[in-house]
Design a protein around this ligand. Structure first.
Ligand SMILES: NC(=O)c1ccc[n+]([C@@H]2O[C@H](COP(=O)([O-])OP(=O)(O)OC[C@H]3O[C@@H](n4cnc5c(N)ncnc54)[C@H](OP(=O)(O)O)[C@@H]3O)[C@@H](O)[C@H]2O)c1
Length: 290
């Protein structure tokens, strides 16, 4: 493999992949300004004209609350455009990795979800992402759909950056304590995808850091790491909220979406490092002591 095209290259994951893969591969990176998935004619002409061996689609309408009232737009960007991209990749005999989400599950499980578990989405975002998976795999079962959860990394702030900032500015912070999943560090995804490709992964694959936590546990650990590294915070403890306290949430969120990465480990022999290790590295490298 020599050349990689990345769509959604200004997003949290897409920007990380574009930067890191540029070290070893020819990378064509498209942000929304260069390639709008809402314009299928544009998608057909731009993607057809671009040469690549592998395309990674990281673009998505990711605002779950916005999606609730914009169903057609969500299905266009999260399902129809990926289906078209898959057809163009098939015409070019190029590999395709399409990024999806833990939100395809309803969250009623008590043990980690495997790739074989039937998906049961709760809202429009989740329905449209599941439809995108189906479109991509309908074109070719050899395509790879990678489901991630709670993505964080240096290229765009996420929950964990917001909670650290709040803890630096306020004496008290709180986070939801009854919603569980696994954080996923974008910098780790860089290597996992290459490993998956080297091992001919196809169909659906779950990827995230090992271990599970609530948003509260994740936030508390991040603040502990900050303080241990001499990064001051006003708040030391993270109070507990319930998901039902989040009155500004429009879309229903699943309570438990821990993904099993056993299939990835069986395929590659690699176990993703624990989320605590990943977040500790992220904070020490990317959160400043100012
Ligand atoms: N974030 C998470 O916690 C999480 C969890 C599980 C799965 N995922 C999945 O992981 C993937 C990457 O997510 P992320 O965290 O990197 O999200 P992100 O930062 O929101 O990135 C998504 C990118 O898609 C772009 N986009 C939106 N509409 C577009 C359009 N019409 N045409 C072209 N590009 C468009 C956005 O552009 P703008 O910047 O211009 O809006 C954004 O740069 C997505 O498939 C998402 O569903 C994310």
């Amino acid at each position: 493999m020599r050349s990689i095209t990345i769509i959604g290259a200004n997003g949290r994951l897409g920007a990380a992949l574009a930067r890191e893969y540029s070290r070893d591969f020819e990378v064509r990176a498209f942000g929304r300004n260069e390639l709008d998935l809402g314009n299928l004619d544009h998608v057909r002409s731009i993607v057809s004209e671009t040469e690549f061996d592998l395309l990674i689609n990281c673009a998505a309408l990711t605002n779950v609350d916005y999606c609730e009232s914009h169903r057609d737009e969500a299905f266009l960007i999260n399902a129809m455009a990926p289906g078209l991209i898959a057809k163009i990749c098939r015409e070019k005999s190029a590999r395709l990795i399409h990024i999806s989400t833990d939100y395809v599950f309803d969250g009623n499980a008590a043990t980690p979800y495997t790739e074989e578990t039937k998906a049961s989405p709760l809202g429009i975002y989740a329905e449209s992402k599941l439809a995108g998976e189906d479109e991509v795999l309908k074109v070719s079962p050899d395509n790879l759909v990678v489901r991630l959860s709670w993505v964080f990394g240096p290229d765009k702030p996420s929950f964990i950056d917001q909670i650290i900032q709040r803890a630096q500015e306020h004496d008290a912070v709180a986070a939801v304590a009854d919603k569980f999943s696994s954080p996923t560090y974008t910098i780790d995804v860089v290597n996992w995808l290459l490993l998956a490709l080297d091992n001919e992964a196809q169909g659906i694959l779950h990827l995230c850091n090992s271990g599970a936590c609530s948003w509260q546990e994740w936030a508390q650990y991040a603040i502990d790491v900050c303080r241990g590294l001499g990064i001051p915070t006003k708040a030391e403890r993270v109070g507990a909220l319930s998901l039902s306290d989040m009155k500004n949430f429009v879309a229903r969120r699943p309570l438990y979406t821990v993904l099993s990465t056993a299939n990835f480990t069986a395929l590659t022999g690699v176990q993703p490092r624990h989320w605590r290790e990943a977040i500790a590295e992220y904070i020490s490298v990317h959160i400043s002591k100012k």
